[in-house]
Design a protein around this ligand. Structure first.
Ligand code: MLT
Length: 349
């Protein structure tokens, strides 16, 4: 079958017989088309060889935090499958939108990827002047993992049980400092739902990720936060923070004594942080296929599964490790959060 660009060259050559000759101009056109064919050929060969150099995985929050920890574990396993290093790069700010905008504009060659969570779906409602569209500017590689959250307090917070915490929040109101990782971050969404469920308004304190927020909590500079088990389990077990409850329907395996917030009386309370892997829109299909294969291989890696299981995190089922499943999840979540955010009238800009 004839390559469309070759056909175009042939047509350009035919034009020389019907149009009064402008030799220099036509020669320029033909040479440009020949160069385009050569570039297309070399790109497709490049795509088949993918990857020939390290891949960058952009993380939208601070190093050492839950997204970073998940990203580094994923990068290691994907790198083993791809036969190339996957290097983590933290690009923080504006609840994860700085990193998303960066990847949306990155070269479409599969060497720049984004790991993001539920925050990808809240961004278009929270940030009305967003420079990218989560539903149009990306290729969707697949869902990755569902991460539970924990509600934790500074070590000397004068509340020892979830019921005491609820009473404390209701009594102290704005005197309570509730930290989070920026508008649209999972910690902010969970904190917002917690305040609604408890019927009390706290003072919120944003950080560039829950890694610095957790340091402030351990140091007693803030009072409370919701954070993903990916980061908190080790600090809870070491007694560095107080644990009040988990945000899942079921208790967590690594924290069997911690009640769910439902058990503690907050009816229907549930937050699970879903994650997806993205590439810039129009990345070539063979490159996307290679990346999806590597994602699936990583999510079967026993070392990765154990690393996550130890902190109560499940990789998603195989049927969700697909572009279609991630796109469907993102679309549904954009609609769900859009309605909630419009109702709440809370915007970042
Ligand atoms: C982080 O890695 O800091 C978190 O994922 C931020 C958040 O969404 O709470």
């Amino acid at each position: 079958m004839r390559n469309p660009l070759t056909t175009l060259i042939a047509r350009a050559a035919e034009v020389t017989t019907t149009v009064p000759p402008r030799p220099a101009f036509l020669r320029h056109c033909v040479l440009a088309l020949v160069a385009a064919v050569a570039a297309a050929g070399s790109f497709s060969a490049h795509a088949q060889a993918f990857p020939t150099k390290p891949v960058t995985l952009v993380i939208p929050f601070a190093a050492g935090g839950p997204t970073d920890l998940l990203g580094r574990a994923l990068a290691q396993s994907m790198g083993a499958s791809l036969g190339q290093a996957v290097i983590v790069e933290n690009r923080v700010g504006a609840g994860g939108t700085v990193a998303s905008a960066y990847v949306a504009r990155a070269t479409k060659d599969g060497y720049t990827l984004l790991l993001h969570h539920i925050g990808m779906s809240t961004a278009p409602s929270l940030y009305r002047k967003l420079s990218f569209d989560p539903l149009k500017d990306f290729e969707y590689l697949g869902q990755v993992a569902d991460v539970p959250m924990t509600v934790i307090g500074r070590p000397n917070l004068p509340a020892n049980t979830p019921q005491e915490l609820i009473a404390y929040l209701q009594r102290e109101g704005k005197a309570v400092n509730l930290s989070h990782a920026g508008l649209g971050a999972a910690s902010q969404l969970c904190g917002m739902l917690l305040q609604q469920a408890v019927g009390a308004e706290s003072t919120t304190v944003p950080f560039q990720g829950t890694a610095p927020a957790l340091t402030a909590l351990i140091g007693g500079q803030v009072d409370l936060m919701c954070d993903q088990s990916m980061q908190t389990v080790q600090h809870i077990k070491a007694g560095k923070v107080k644990l009040y409850g988990v945000t899942t329907r079921e208790r967590l395996k690594p924290l069997p004594d911690a009640p769910t917030l439902r058990e503690a009386g907050l009816k229907d309370f549930e937050v699970v942080v879903w994650h997806g892997l993205y590439a810039p829109k129009a990345t070539p299909a063979p490159v996307l296929a290679a990346l999806n294969t590597a994602l699936k291989a990583a999510l079967k890696d026993p070392a990765l599964i154990k690393r996550l299981d130890d902190v109560g995190v499940q990789v998603v089922k195989e049927g969700l490790q697909t572009p279609e499943a991630l796109h469907a999840q993102l679309s549904a979540e954009v609609n769900r959060w859009g309605a909630l955010i419009r109702q709440a009238g809370t915007y970042a800009d």
